[in-house]
Each structure stands twice: as C-alpha cells, then as structure tokens.
Design a protein around this ligand. Sequence first.
Ligand code: AHR
Length: 305
Amino acid sequence: FSLMLTAGFQSAVIAKQLTVGFAQVGAESAWRTAETDSIKNEAAKRNVNLKFSDAQGKQENQIKAVRGFIAQGVDAIIIAPVVETGWEPVLREAKRSKIPVVLVDRGIKVSDDSLYATLIASDFVSEGRMAAEWLAKKVNGKANIVELQGTPGAAPAIDRKKGFEEGIKEHPEMKIIASQSGDFRRSGGKEVMEALLKKYGNEVTAVYAHNDDMALGAIQALEEAGKKPGTDVVVVSVDGVKGAFEAMVNSKLNCTVECNPLLGPLAFDAVEKAKQGEKLPKKTIVPDKTYDQSGAKDVIASRQY
Ligand code: AHR
C-alpha cells in the first residue's frame, strides 16, 4: 500500500503543471511573430501555464517582466534577449530564486555563464557569412553594398554584420558603401533605403539586410525610386519568412538565409530537463540553409512561417 502511495505521489509530482514566463522582444518582424506562436503553441501542447510578456523592443521592459516572473515564483523563465549586455543583475536574482533561465534565439554577454541554463539559437555569424558568399558568387565579387542592420546591440545585428564582413573580405571589389540600422522592421528598412538612395542613387548595386522584413521595406523603396529590385539591385537577407519566399518567386528578392524561429519544442524540452536537474549544453545551434530564386517556387507551399 505504501509503495502504491509513493508511486501515486511521484506521478502527482511529475504531472504538476509548470508555470513558465516568456520575456519576448516584441513583434518587430514576421520571424518574431512565428517564434512567439511556436512558444505559445508548444506551451499549450504541453499544458504549460505560460506567462507572456512583449517588451516592445525595450530591454528595460524585459528586465521588468523577468523580475515580475521571479516575484510570481514561476518554475522557469524563457528569454529572447533584446540586446546582448546588461543582464547580469536580473539573472543573478533568478539564480538566487533557483529559477532556471532558458535563452532562445539571441545570446548575451555575461561574465558567469551559470546565470542561464542554456541558449538555443542559430549561428548568426555563419548566417552573415552565408549571405556574403552567396552574394559574392552572384555579383562576381564586385558590388557596392548597402547594409541594413538590425537593432543596435542585438546579437543577430552584431554577428550578422561580422559574418558578412568576414565573407566579403577576400573580395576587394565588394564594398559596403553605407550601413545603417532599420531596427529589424519593414518600415525601418524602407526609410533607411529611401534616404540612402537619395544619397547614393545608381551607385548602389546590392542590399544586404539583416532580416527579411527590412529587405522587403528596401524593395518597396527601390521600386518607388523606379528601380527593379532583384535585377538592377541584388537583394540578400536573412530569416526565410513567407514574404521573402513570395518576393523571391516574384524575382524581387534574390536570396534569404533561413533562420529557424520554430524554437518552442526545443525551448520546452530544455525547460523540462532543467527542472529535472539535468545539465544542459551551454548552446544548441539550430542549423540554417540558404534559399534563392531557383528553388523558391518549389518550397514556398511547405514553408511553415
Ligand atoms: O533574433 C532573430 C532576429 O530578430 C530575426 O532575424 C529578426 O527578424 C528578428 O527580429
């Protein structure tokens, strides 16, 4: 009887519903929305009580949300950090409260990596390199490039810039003639591109955008300036959202490097393992792939985001 009781107690413990806080960046891009949906859907599937917070692109809002999750005594916290720095104090508070933190999609810089359980993300440096390599082939190593950067201080903006610069290094005639932030937003990409077209006009032969939304904004600006994006100006970006595939099918975007936002299953696997006291790898890299106009039509129907 006592054995049965123990077993019953154990299964009750295992079946306890987890409450997890998710501090999301915001809703700046189609990619971000897909990531939010993936986390929410996976939480529902696993009967996790998810507390969702949208930081509207501001780190101070995210930190406030994390403090709120700690005060509520959640079982774990998932963070997609807006920027890389400034996380130590709040993560120390989470650690003191014994709440494991799982980072998704963007890395952070901390002196003590025991402050988070694991990071699940793409290799943004390699994405930048892949974009550069594809472009170099397309333009035979010669281009005047406008770079549309993501949010200043964000891991994907820093690393995609680094990777791209590394990738074009061996092509001395590939030059970044202007590089500005469009904050990962379509409106940002459009505004920056409009201004740069006024300044550089026909000098611009290629655009490298740190995400698809900014590339789609830039495409609009190019068209409004009477140019044919994808033909007069080669456009390369990162993410692989549906809109990018549509633009490739319509010959307006040349290439996108996929960055998978469907991180819900991996994130909750990590949460569950951390709760069971399992030691997790410090980083799990989600693989990426390059798509261009040649294959876009065949895969567009099967794209999940
Ligand atoms: O952190 C991933 C990046 O953030 C995606 O490329 C971008 O679309 C998003 O806003």
